[in-house]
Design a protein around this ligand. Structure first.
Ligand SMILES: NC(=O)C1=CN([C@@H]2O[C@H](COP(=O)(O)OP(=O)(O)OC[C@H]3O[C@@H](n4cnc5c(N)ncnc54)[C@H](OP(=O)(O)O)[C@@H]3O)[C@@H](O)[C@H]2O)[C@@H](O)CC1
Ligand SMILES: Nc1ncnc2c1ncn2[C@@H]1O[C@H](COP(=O)(O)OP(=O)(O)O)[C@@H](O)[C@H]1O
Ligand SMILES: [K+]
Length: 495
């Protein structure tokens, strides 16, 4: 009996596991029985003083879980009223209703009042179309009544694959799901609509709970095995030299923050590659961060003969005009020809708008990490961004394949994806991370992990985790400078 706490299972995969379990002799009704019992237990644990449980039961297995939960709650002395849609004859849901016969009133008659708990067992994670009619009216009524909702598997109306509402949907205070989370539990707005999510063990053996695709929550086991701490004989060059391209005089701060974050995250040395006109301004600011005046492509190519320059960050404050964009593409190509690692962020990403093939060629040549926020993603991968049928995970995976790069698709639900289909969703970044310059710091963290020899996907996952951890460590009121100060190296063993 097991729960998979890290992998994400799209509804189709969960249905396949369900079917395989039953084909292997596990009893479907037993699964439903344990699912319903877990829902009732959560209701009693979190709402011990409820006056009444209004259990809304749909026609499928989600509704079956609702009937089981209603039976357990009633046995525990709770006043239970059921409303719902007829269960299909011969289905497990009809069996569950048979074990607790009694009135199941029409949905249109449901009137939630203060003190009620609504248990939403209407539809599960497989929902693929908009809810209409009585169900839609009831959803509006429950949401307006401001009574707490406990969702079974997922709030009805939210897609388990994308996390997007298909139409009207419940806003739950808590959700009890089974065996493992689905993408809809962690991608926004699904994550917010679910409230606190509890994963209940309903009796699947661990060997059956293996995800078909390598998609998971961002967690330490993804990256810690690839982390090398400095050994006793380490020197600064063996820890890696990171270079951050600086923009012009007016926008040098962004590169500086990436550079300082890189030092904090364990790069042995960090240099700013600065246009001559900005060197004095940067010199007045930086101390441990070093500088190199780079007046053009030829100078950069000469400097690249130094094999110790391990990774480059290009984009923060680099300049968005056509000349800067052309320079960004030329510098990125030079870094790729020299076989070094590269993080493209901000203006470095926008420079490749309409130059997808060049970007792909760079990604095919070297470890490349792209860190777009929503706007940059839209610019760089327009057709993907507009495809509303895709989840954020699927968009990031497709973008990674297109760019032959690791894509860090930022936001409150940052998705890290690799061209081979691996993906991780970060779930623990606090909202106060949305502050100017925070993305520059993230680029610096990923760059620092790249120079320390981490593979690109793992470096991106680890960088995103460090970034969120630093923001949590500081708390609200965070500025990007505070964020750098709050960065700590990763522990060498999983916490
Ligand atoms: N492995 C696990 O994790 C376990 C999961 N369990 C539970 O099973 C739940 C999934 O069950 P499920 O596949 O039966 O889906 P559910 O959403 O209950 O019903 C869909 C039905 O409604 C009908 N329908 C009508 N209107 C519709 C609409 N607008 N949108 C969509 N459908 C609509 C539709 O009929 P259709 O019209 O498509 O023929 C279909 O018959 C899962 O969430 C969990 O609670 C546990 O019991 C045990 C182990
Ligand atoms: N609501 C939010 N909750 C958590 N993290 C967020 C939220 N909004 C943005 N972030 C994170 O903050 C960072 C902002 O980066 P970016 O948009 O590039 O900002 P900037 O360009 O100012 O540096 C990203 O890592 C993003 O994932
Ligand atoms: K539900």
């Amino acid at each position: 009996m097991a729960v998979n706490h890290t992998d994400l299972f799209p509804p189709s995969a969960m249905q396949a596991i369900d079917a395989a379990a039953i084909a292997n002799g596990l009893c479907g009704r037993g699964l439903m029985e344990r699912a319903g019992a877990a829902v009732a237990a959560a209701a009693l644990r979190h709402w011990p003083e409820m006056k009444r449980a209004l259990v809304l039961c749909g026609p499928g297995n989600n509704g079956g879980d609702g009937h089981v939960a209603a039976r357990h709650l009633s046995a525990a002395g709770v006043k239970v009223e059921r409303f719902g849609l007829a269960a299909k004859a011969g289905s497990d849901a009809a069996w569950a209703l048979g074990r607790f016969p009694g009135a199941v009133a029409d949905l249109a008659l449901c009137r939630p009042e203060a003190g009620d708990l609504v248990i939403d067992a209407l539809f599960g994670a497989g929902l693929d179309r908009a809810l209409e009619g009585d169900v839609a009216v009831l959803i509006e009524r429950v949401n307006a009544a401001a009574v707490p909702v406990l969702a079974v598997d997922l709030p009805s109306g939210v897609s388990g694959r994308t996390g997007r509402p298909t139409g009207p949907c419940f806003t739950a205070e808590r959700t009890v799901t089974f065996a493992a989370q689905k993408p809809g539990h962690v991608l926004l707005p699904g994550r917010a609509l679910c409230g606190a999510v509890e994963v209940a063990d309903i009796g699947f053996p661990a060997r059956m709970l293996t995800a078909p695709a390598p998609v998971s929550i961002n967690h330490p086991a993804l990256y810690l095995p690839h982390l090398r701490g400095p050994d006793a004989a380490a020197h600064k060059y063996s820890r890696g030299h990171l270079v951050v391209f600086s923009g012009p005089l007016i926008s040098g701060g962004a590169a500086r923050m990436a550079a300082e974050a890189g030092l904090k995250a364990g790069a042995g040395l960090v240099s700013l590659a600065t246009p001559p006109a900005a060197v004095m301004a940067q010199a007045a600011h930086v101390t441990a961060v070093m500088q190199r005046s780079i007046d053009g492509l030829e100078t950069l190519e000469g400097w690249l003969d130094d094999r110790r320059l391990a990774a480059f960050i290009l984009g923060p404050g680099f300049g968005a005009d056509a000349t800067s964009a052309a320079r960004a593409r030329a510098y990125a190509a030079a870094v790729a020809s020299a076989g070094r690692r590269l993080v493209l962020d901000a203006d470095g990403l926008s420079a490749f708008t309409g130059h997808g093939e060049t970007l792909h060629a760079i990604g095919a040549a070297i470890p490349l990490v792209l860190t777009p926020h929503e706007g940059e993603f839209r610019r760089l991968f327009a057709p993907l961004a507009e495809d509303k049928t895709l989840s954020k995970i699927e968009r990031a995976q497709a973008a990674a394949a297109r760019g032959a790069a690791i894509v860090v698709y930022k936001g409150a639900d940052t998705v890290i994806a690799a061209p081979d289909g691996r993906a991780a969703v970060n779930v623990d970044a606090p909202a106060w991370l949305a502050t100017a310059g925070s993305g520059d710091v993230l680029a610096g963290l990923i760059g620092a992990l790249l120079v320390q020899g981490m593979p690109a996907f793992e470096a991106a996952c680890a960088g995103v985790a460090m970034h969120a951890a630093a923001a949590r460590r500081h708390g609200p009121g965070l500025t990007a400078e505070d964020l750098i100060a709050a960065v700590r190296p990763l522990p060498l063993t999983a916490a």
